[in-house]
Design a protein around this ligand. Structure first.
Ligand SMILES: [Zn+2]
Ligand SMILES: [Zn+2]
Length: 174
């Protein structure tokens, strides 16, 4: 079972039936592919249940997404798990309702719902680590790899000024 287009003809025959799906799939996103950069196969684990001839798809999808840190611009990967809880129907009247997807030729397509769930899970600003120090705004060095010379110079200048100030104080006291 390695397709995201699932033939549900058997499930549609028996009201109340529930079928389990558990598989890995190399997900190459169709929409917003640049945002959803999956690293390795994505784990799909869900059930399809026939409830009054509508299909409830419930479960979870888990994958590793490659992101770029907003602070230090380094690539990192984040394990992301999203929940699926969707209704599919062949009834045209119901399709006008929000959040109801279509059963086409006794098949449902899980790809779109999975991709949308992952897109919604993405942070507005990806940060590799809460402690990320980012890049030096002067020299651009990644400060997670150690301090750059700018900070050292600044401290030197501050110390120098402090020293001058002290000397002035001492002179004026004399
Ligand atoms: Zn970072
Ligand atoms: Zn610097």
């Amino acid at each position: 079972m390695k397709s995201l287009i699932i033939n549900v003809s058997e499930i549609l025959k028996i009201p109340g039936v529930k079928k389990k799906f558990d598989f890995y799939y190399e997900l190459k996103p169709v929409c917003d592919a640049e945002k959803l950069n999956f690293i390795g196969p994505v784990h799909f684990n869900f059930t399809i249940e026939n409830v009054d001839m509508k299909l409830n798809v419930k479960g979870k999808v888990c994958g590793k997404i490659g992101l770029i840190c907003n602070r230090c611009l380094t690539e990192f990967e984040r394990k992301t798990e999203v929940m699926l809880d969707e209704v599919f129907s062949s009834d045209k009247n119901e399709l006008d309702e929000d959040e109801v997807f279509r059963i086409k030729n006794e098949k449902i397509d899980i790809r779109f719902v999975a991709e949308q769930a992952f897109l919604l899970s993405l942070p507005m600003k990806a940060i590799c680590n809460d402690e990320c120090k980012g890049l030096c705004i002067k020299c651009g060095k990644n400060l997670n790899l150690g301090p750059c010379s700018c900070t050292k110079k600044e401290i030197d200048i501050r110390l120098l000024k402090l020293k001058e100030f002290k000397e002035k104080l001492e002179k004026s006291n004399n």
